[in-house]
Design a protein around this ligand. Structure first.
Ligand SMILES: Cc1cc2nc3c(=O)[nH]c(=O)nc-3n(C[C@H](O)[C@H](O)[C@H](O)COP(=O)(O)OP(=O)(O)OC[C@H]3O[C@@H](n4cnc5c(N)ncnc54)[C@H](O)[C@@H]3O)c2cc1C
Length: 328
């Protein structure tokens, strides 16, 4: 691990001012990913800004519209907020299956959304892959069973966060802070794929950090479901995941969001699947049609074709459950 300086500010403006100073900084939520990334030289900050002492980042305000979730809120505290879970059961689905109880006790919302990819070539000190400044993606000809089937361009990581697809399904906004103020963008625009920049996974530039997630209050008849497949029932990332949020009115779907996890370098929103659902009564046949639309551009590699079938099953189940038709 490279030597670093460390600061633990107690207010947000001091943290942002420190990030604005010249040098390479990293912010730390719970540190569950950052410290490992530093040990394997994926991250080599000269200065760490620990956010854990900043009260305003730990605020969770469910009283207004939008609902505001500070990036310092721990996953365990998110799950313990009854008002939040009642408003957005999809967040309970997602947060409950992140990692392990121990990691949820320490990991934060900001850290979960900004964690680095888990690709084993990226994480290994033995491979200097494209994302780390090398010249090739070793997954293309290598062990690619956990890699992308959609949207990879030169690099086939998958986005690791379970919260991200669920929050995008809810139409969340990302509030980004810097020494010069804050800006708000749709969370789906926060994440960038290798076609934009192969060396980072989000739009943040030096001096910026994620400050808050704003979630619009649910519309009448809105229901969301998040489903995840994984190799083990705990301590494991999604092989595939599906977040579906529907607004149903008199048996018709008036609005739909379908966002996939574990299949692409970014949380993968599918306008094609959403178009199938819009204005329709939800039946198993319609759900299957939407699932097929979601993967029509899939390009699996040697070992990950199973993801095409697996994610379609999750999408169908999530659509039927979100439409109030059960499904297992
Ligand atoms: C064994 C294991 C299993 C896991 N399984 C899952 C899983 O199934 N699903 C899942 O979703 N996650 C999983 N995770 C990831 C886990 O949820 C993350 O480690 C955790 O959410 C990160 O939170 P943290 O607060 O500790 O982040 P940190 O380690 O503090 O930060 C992670 C990264 O985000 C950056 N960062 C942190 N906060 C901000 C911010 N506010 N603005 C900008 N950048 C920021 C840091 O600089 C760092 O690069 C797993 C992790 C482990 C180790």
């Amino acid at each position: 691990m490279r030597a670093f300086t460390y600061a633990a500010p107690t207010d947000l403006s001091s943290a942002l001012a420190r990030l604005g100073a010249p040098g390479t900084h990293a912010v730390m939520g719970g540190g569950t990913d950052l410290v490992n990334s530093m040990k394997s030289y994926i991250e080599t900050p000269a200065d760490i800004v620990d956010l854990q002492g900043i009260q305003e980042l730990q605020a969770l305000d469910t009283s207004g519209d939008p609902v505001q979730i500070g990036v310092g809120v721990k996953l365990v505290d998110m799950l313990a907020s009854q008002p939040l879970m009642q408003l957005f059961p999809i967040l309970q689905d997602a947060a409950n299956v992140v990692a392990t109880p121990q990691l949820r006790n320490v990991g934060t919302v900001g850290g979960n959304l900004c964690q680095r990819p888990r690709c084993w070539y990226f994480r290994s000190v033995d491979f200097n892959c494209l994302r780390k400044g090398g010249t090739e993606c070793y997954a293309i000809l290598g062990q690619n069973q956990y890699h992308a089937i959609l949207g990879g361009l030169g690099c086939f990581i998958v986005h690791p966060s379970d919260l991200a697809p669920a929050l995008i399904g809810l139409g969340a906004q990302a509030v980004i802070g810097s020494a010069s103020g804050t800006r708000s963008i749709p969370l789906e625009s926060f994440f960038i794929g290798p076609e934009v920049d192969v060396h980072r996974e989000n739009v943040l530039v030096p001096g910026e950090m994620l400050v808050r997630i704003d979630v619009p209050r649910p519309a009448a008849g809105q229901r969301g479901v998040f489903l995840k497949s994984r190799g083990r029932q705990t301590w494991d990332f999604a092989t595939t995941a599906a977040a579906v949020s529907l607004v149903m009115s008199a048996g018709t779907c008036t609005s739909a969001r379908v966002v996939l996890g574990g299949v692409a370098p970014v949380p993968w929103r599918s306008p094609d699947a959403e178009a199938v659902l819009q204005g329709r009564s939800i039946t198993p046949a319609v759900a299957a049609q939407a699932a097929a639309a979601a993967v029509k551009l899939a390009r699996p590699m040697q070992y990950n074709a199973y993801k095409v079938d697996q994610v379609q099953v999750l999408i169908q189940r999530a659509i039927l459950q979100a439409a109030g038709q059960g499904g297992s």
